[in-house]
Design a protein around this ligand. Sequence first.
Ligand code: ZN
Length: 169
Amino acid sequence: MNRILLLQIILLSQLICACGQSTTNSTQDLPITNSNTMNDSTLPTNQELRQRLTAEQWYITQEKGTERAFTGEYWDHHEKGIYECVCCGLPLFVSDTKFESGCGWPSFFQAVKKENVKEILDKSHGMIRTEITCGRCGAHLGHVFNDGPPPTGLRYCLNSGAMRFVPSK
Ligand SMILES: [Zn+2]
């Protein structure tokens, strides 16, 4: 019994030591960026986003705003590549799943991965819609509707200001 207890104490003290080390190694102002830490530690801070995003991008992603139809950067954009979250860089949609919806916002029928685009019931503005947010950082992206083309029948209606396009090489 005593040996087991001793072993537990040793293990525990090692754990505490390990934690202490990682804290002292990292600078105080920056989030810990070790690859073995959780995803949350690599997310941009509010302060960083304030500095990096345009007023429009901030309004859309952080205040659930909507850009005016036919004004965004990507509604009429046809290059091959990947559309990422403008805040955290998570891949959201690929150009192969983009289609002409005619609504004035970039539209896709499928997300890169289901877990990368989170769906939330939205009852604002007197409507019942499904809001979509970034699966990693929670940035507001737009809405998803059931009037899309085959094979999914979905229409992911995005704000250009919520995304950053990365052309394929
Ligand atoms: Zn994100």
